[in-house]
Design a protein around this ligand. Structure first.
Ligand SMILES: C[S@@+](CC[C@H](N)C(=O)[O-])C[C@H]1O[C@@H](n2cnc3c(N)ncnc32)[C@H](O)[C@@H]1O
Length: 261
């Protein structure tokens, strides 16, 4: 099955996206981040994270949570999460970090009207949060920017920073996803950079099997990797205590909590 999936997905690209290179044009960068925000809003990006949180919070009686978003881009997901939480009577306070100062500057201005979100520079590979500092650590469309060894280091460190769960939302590499993303990018995106980076992101993305293997190498004890529509995957790595639903949520019936070590 893993071999078939690998054959169908093709090899993972190591080509750099424009977002990884020099970002001299503020206007172009803003266009790129706003196209990403469009995808998150209308093509399921934010929904993957709220879906995962819904599962994790199903039987929780707590009403306030601290969240760290790693590789936040334009910080539209943190803002959407704060609003989503409010609609459910939850207070989510989100610290959002991104590697690139140019991105952080724009994200701070995009999120300026949302007091529950704060944005700063930070590297996924050098997280400074103490162990368990956040209830949830999330990242969206950032994992594919990391090489396999970087991804392992990130997953391990991010999992330690979470007291309840790590949620990783990304594209899943497949030929269909590449074609679908190309069509969406050309039809909807206004930024030339996003039109280029979108389909390339799919080619750089990991398959669900590869993400499971990265999580195993990172030593994460209790991992689920879900395929989510349209072309996404979602890794949920609970902390050991959470796997039994002792504090925040019960593991829903029928969901296997795969021991990776
Ligand atoms: C494709 S964007 C995704 C933005 C947003 N999370 C979303 O879902 O739309 C990837 C972001 O990850 C950031 N990034 C890449 N490597 C990073 C690292 N090592 N640490 C923190 N952020 C990183 C990039 O600067 C970029 O803003």
């Amino acid at each position: 099955m893993a071999l078939l999936s690998r054959l169908l997905a093709g090899p993972r690209s190591e080509e750099k996206e424009l977002l990884d290179g020099p970002l001299p044009d503020r206007r172009a960068l803003l266009g790129n981040l706003r196209d990403l925000a469009w995808v998150n809003r209308w093509a399921g990006g934010t929904a993957v994270v709220t879906w995962a949180l819904d599962r994790l919070l199903a039987s929780s009686t707590r009403r306030s949570f601290r969240v760290l978003d790693v590789g936040t881009g334009g910080a539209d997901i943190p803002v959407a999460l704060a609003e989503w939480g409010r609609r459910r009577g939850l207070a989510l306070s989100v610290d959002a970090i991104d590697l690139r100062p140019e991105v952080v500057e724009l994200a701070q201005s995009e999120a300026a009207s949302e007091p529950a979100v704060s944005v700063r520079c930070g590297d996924a590979l050098a997280l400074d949060a103490p162990d368990g500092a956040y209830d949830f650590v999330i990242s969206s469309l950032a994992l594919h920017h990391l090489s396999p060894s970087e991804a392992v280091a990130f997953l391990s460190r991010a999992h330690r920073a979470a007291s309840h769960a790590l949620i990783v939302n990304d594209l899943r590499r497949s030929r269909t996803a590449w074609l679908g993303t190309r069509l969406i990018a050309n039809a909807v995106f206004s930024s030339t950079e996003a039109k280029f980076d979108g389909p390339l992101s799919v080619l750089r993305a990991y398959t669900p099997e590869e993400v499971g293997a990265l999580a195993a190498r990172a030593g994460l004890p209790c991992v689920e990797v879900h395929r989510r529509p349209p072309f996404r995957l979602c890794l949920i790595a609970r902390k050991r205590g959470q796997a039994t639903g002792t504090e925040i949520a019960s593991v829903p019936t029928g969901v296997s909590c795969r021991q990776t070590r």
